[in-house]
Design a protein around this ligand. Structure first.
Ligand code: ZN
Length: 355
């Protein structure tokens, strides 16, 4: 019997740059290119699992590194306080360090990874089996109130931005990690946050809704002229976590022609929100089914959170991505729909956003 066809996967969120940034003194670029035991995404794992590319996040850690700010270890107990904020100079230092890591990876990858600025760039990478990296920032602390840094970062390749991570900043209030909890946890965007939406629309930078609380979500929904996109969030109806999206939010995303990338973090998959690696891969497919029911077949894809979260053991890391394709086949999804989920829907919404 011929082995089943591999499907390339374009993915909405990974924190590989943060992992490499925290590696400190040893050679982080080489460890990405050559691969290593630890970590969930590097070039060999990407090749093995058919990870064709995705949004590479720059996340500025809160001051106490690897404490509450580490998305991999952030507790999700009810009442978890918001992590401390970061100031602009500190954020700008971290952003340039992590962006530089990606540029160096691109330079040293000798054609195996490209930073993409258009959907045509991504498609060219898919054709040639080159990893397509899109520069994303999670939390806009590095952006000044006149948006001058936003111009600079856009020119440097930034194509996607989350106004907040799960902490307050000058632009709004992120949603804290709580389960069970409604995403309606506090005030929405500030006036500056609302202005940032306009600036991103003008520059055609995708606005990521994933770490906004519910009021911030509705602020973006009202103001933005782009499709609504949550790059790495799940269905609140299945996992009642503050980071997940209610059916009402999903309906708004559908109406805008938007998109949701399913997050593989066990805490956002499980009905009990637990950090339990013994979580079935099939639960990812349950979220996909719910999201398709509410957003439509053209509005759902992946947003793994590799290197930012605890994954189901059955999936492991990026090398295991084709297991997810197999899980979709077991539910008798058509090959056409599987391709949409794996990359076509991402390309569609990016094309509409970056038009
Ligand atoms: Zn995140």
């Amino acid at each position: 019997m011929p082995s089943p066809k591999r499907v390339p996967i374009f993915d909405g969120h990974n924190d590989a740059l943060l992992r490499l940034y925290w590696r400190g003194s040893s050679d982080p670029v080489a460890s990405f290119l050559h691969g290593e035991d630890k970590g969930q995404l590097d070039l060999p794992k990407a090749r093995k699992g058919g990870f064709a590319g995705g949004l590479f996040a720059i996340f500025v850690p809160s001051r106490e590194k690897k404490s509450a700010a580490d998305p991999a270890t952030a507790p999700n107990l009810s009442g978890n306080p918001e992590p401390p904020g970061v100031d602009m100079a500190e954020a700008q230092r971290a952003v340039s360090a992590m962006a530089s890591l990606l540029y160096r990876i691109e330079r040293q990858a000798r054609g195996r990874l490209r930073i993409c600025r258009t959907v045509d760039d991504i498609e060219a990478c898919l054709d040639k089996n080159v990893v397509a990296a899109v520069l994303h920032i999670e939390g806009a602390e590095a952006i000044d109130p006149k948006f001058e840094m936003l111009d600079v970062l856009h020119a440097a390749g930034l194509r996607s931005l989350g106004p907040v991570w799960s902490r307050p900043n000058a632009f709004g209030h992120g949603v804290p990690f709580r389960c069970p909890s409604s995403p309606d946890t506090g005030p929405g965007l500030t006036d500056l946050g609302k202005a940032l939406v306009g600036a991103c629309n003008r520059l055609k930078i995708l606005i990521d809704l994933s770490h906004l609380n519910e009021r911030g979500f509705w602020d973006v929904a009202e103001l933005s002229d782009a499709p609504l996109v949550a790059t790495h969030s799940n269905a609140h109806a299945i996992s009642p976590h503050s980071r997940n999206l209610t059916d009402q939010q999903l309906a708004a995303i559908r109406k805008s022609g938007g998109f949701v990338g399913v997050n593989f973090a066990v805490s956002f998959l499980r009905p009990d929100g637990g950090r339990e690696k013994n979580t079935p891969l099939a639960l990812i497919v349950d979220h996909i089914r719910h999201l398709i029911d509410h957003v439509g077949e053209d509005g759902v894809g992946f947003g793994s959170d590799f290197d930012g979260a605890l994954m189901p053991e059955e999936l492991g890391n990026a090398a295991g991505l084709q297991k997810l394709v197999e899980a979709l086949r077991r539910r008798e999804y058509s090959e056409k729909l599987i391709e949409k989920l794996c990359f076509r829907n991402w390309l569609r919404v990016l094309r509409r956003t970056w038009k």
